[in-house]
Design a protein around this ligand. Structure first.
Ligand SMILES: O=P(O)(O)OC[C@H]1O[C@H](O[C@H]2O[C@H](CO)[C@@H](O)[C@H](O)[C@H]2O)[C@H](O)[C@@H](O)[C@@H]1O
Length: 287
């Protein structure tokens, strides 16, 4: 099957193979997508993020053609389900949402979440955090009132998007928050104007590779926008070296460039991702 109309051509041979395999045998292919910045536009208040217009509808049309689909996100799984509107959607009856970088798992088929016990370091960090932030020299102004995202007690994210100098605040907080995380056995996951303190031992690459293995798929499309997605990109690159076919899609932004350099296809943010998903769905439906 040639590429359907409105499906952009990947710039790499491996990406073109991945796309061709997905179109030829969608029943052997899986699609995995990041949430913030990929399926949802970046907004100043994390609680106000929502799936981009048409995202859920496009997924609802595409996913029934596929072996499986997943959202892999740094958000708690239930938060992504709520903000994305992924529950009880026709076509998404078997969607999987892997939250907290893969540590949590929500299944649309049952509505249940599996999660490990919270890491004790998170509570300890929560207690020490005000002192560390006060000592940073940037922790003042109205932005601080909404900058801490508690993430269900399983991680803590400090957002600088609403600071007067977002990048400056990010840089100034990075070292003290890294030291704080390390004191309590956590790691710092840097993202788009966010520093997240979270338990080690899981990342989107491990989560994606395990899930692909579980589905038995031979082709994967992965789309992401942020540094946390690099592990998933690396996992797809490794699986490709072992014979799997795959298409790496970057949801492009001017905040993060690292993924664009490694992607087979760069699209214009969540709008471009939704257009791609919709065009794939249309192509597979009309085939
Ligand atoms: O893995 P993701 O689904 O991409 O989640 C990563 C982090 O995304 C969220 O923060 C980002 O989106 C916010 C809403 O648009 C934005 O305000 C913030 O600047 C971005 O970094 C989320 O709030 C974090 O908890 C996630 O870890």
């Amino acid at each position: 099957m040639g590429s359907p109309p409105n499906v952009p051509t990947p710039v790499t041979p491996a990406g073109r193979d991945g796309l061709a395999a997905l179109l030829a045998h969608p029943e052997r292919a899986v699609v995995a997508l990041d949430f913030d910045g990929t399926l949802a536009d970046i907004v100043p208040d994390p609680e106000k993020a929502r799936a981009h217009d048409g995202a859920v509808a496009a997924l609802g049309r595409l996913v029934p053609h596929l072996r499986a689909a997943a959202v892999i996100t740094g958000r708690p799984a239930t938060v992504a389900v709520r903000l994305g509107g992924f529950a009880a959607v026709p076509g998404l009856e078997h969607l999987t949402v892997l939250g907290h970088y893969g540590a949590e798992r929500w299944e649309a088929s049952t509505g249940t979440v599996h999660a490990p016990p919270p890491h004790p370091g998170v509570a300890a960090i929560q207690a020490e955090l005000p002192g560390v932030l006060d000592a940073s020299g940037v922790w003042h102004g109205t932005w601080v009132e909404t900058a801490i995202e508690r993430k269900g007690g399983r991680a803590i994210a400090i957002h600088t998007r609403r600071a007067d100098d977002p990048q400056g605040a990010f840089e100034r907080l990075r070292a003290p928050l890294t030291a704080l995380a390390e004191r309590h056995g956590l790691i710092v996951e840097p993202g788009r104007l966010v520093l997240e303190l979270r338990p080690p031992g899981m990342d989107k690459g491990v989560a994606l590779a395990d899930w692909i293995r579980e589905t038995g798929a031979s082709t994967v499309l992965y789309a992401g926008d942020d540094l946390g997605d690099l592990a998933a990109f690396a996992a797809v690159e490794k699986l490709r070296s072992e014979g799997l076919t795959g298409l790496l899609v970057c949801s492009g932004s001017n905040e993060v460039t690292e993924l664009a350099d490694r992607a087979d296809l760069v699209v214009n943010g969540p709008t471009g991702v939704v257009n791609l998903l919709g065009a794939l769905a249309t192509g597979l439906t009309e085939h």
